[in-house]
Design a binder for this molecule. Structure first.
Ligand SMILES: [Zn+2]
Length: 54
């Protein structure tokens, strides 16, 4: 378990977290990225531009 850097709610992390893994805070809906594993550090994921089709 880790806390959301935005709203401080507890965020559930998978049993086998991977650096760079993206997850979403259930409280505030912010997309979070695992920045480091030891200790687990969460940060806000960079905004992705939705640019799927051209
Ligand atoms: Zn949050």
């Amino acid at each position: 378990m880790c806390n959301c850097p935005v709203c401080d709610a507890s965020v559930t992390i998978s049993d086998d977290p991977v650096e760079g893994e993206l997850l979403e805070c259930e409280e505030c809906g912010t997309e979070l990225e695992i920045l480091a594993l030891d200790p687990i550090t969460l940060g806000e994921a960079p905004e992705m531009e939705e640019d799927w089709g051209e």
